[in-house]
Design a protein around this ligand. Structure first.
Ligand code: HEC
Length: 153
């Protein structure tokens, strides 16, 4: 009996470890580490948006491969944004507003807005400057919407 109880306890403990490990992989690391992490994501956004708007304006020579790579990068980066604001990451060197955590449903909508725009942009084959003009406004609006509501100026 004792053996069986121990075996059960071990099995349960092992199960707990597996659950904890998978949660760990799923959730985030230290909240403070999320700040430089999300800034890195947004720096990617900035670079790729600069590339697209520069090409749209004619400041950067149009290059289809670079434009399509930019929309793909924005799509991928937008998929990471939602998890880059774990609870407890609102302190320190951050411009994240407390509303991110206080109005989490609204923040989730702002995340969804960029994801929708970036997925649509990446699904559009950019073959010309005009094609960039078709996807850029929705992307820019999604950045602005979230910054207006959730980023300190
Ligand atoms: C869902 C909300 C949200 C969306 C969408 C969003 N941002 Fe941001 N962005 C933020 C917040 C919040 C910060 C402040 C992060 C911090 O300081 O911790 C930020 C910061 C930044 C920064 C400064 C990063 C740094 O190094 O301090 C840049 C640049 C930026 N965003 C660009 C963009 C661009 C370009 C887009 C659109 C493609 C975009 N963001 C979309 C919320 C968003």
């Amino acid at each position: 009996m004792k053996f069986r109880a121990t075996a059960l306890a071990l099995a349960l403990a092992a199960g707990t470890t597996v659950v904890a490990a998978s949660l760990g992989a799923f959730a985030q690391g230290k909240p403070a580490d999320a700040v430089p992490y999300r800034k890195a994501i947004f720096q990617i956004n900035k670079w790729q948006m600069g590339m697209l708007s520069g090409m749209a304006k004619g400041d950067i020579a149009f290059n289809a491969a670079a434009a399509n790579k930019a929309t793909a990068a924005l799509r991928d980066a937008s998929m990471l944004v939602g998890d880059a604001f774990p609870a407890g990451s609102g302190d320190g060197e951050t411009k994240a507003k407390p509303e991110i955590w206080q109005k989490s449903a609204d923040f989730a909508k702002a995340v969804e807005m960029i994801q929708t725009a970036a997925k649509a942009a990446a699904a559009t084959t950019i073959g010309s400057k005009d094609d960039i003009g078709k996807v850029l406004p929705a992307l820019g609006a999604a950045c602005k919407n979230c910054h207006d509501n959730f980023r300190k100026s």
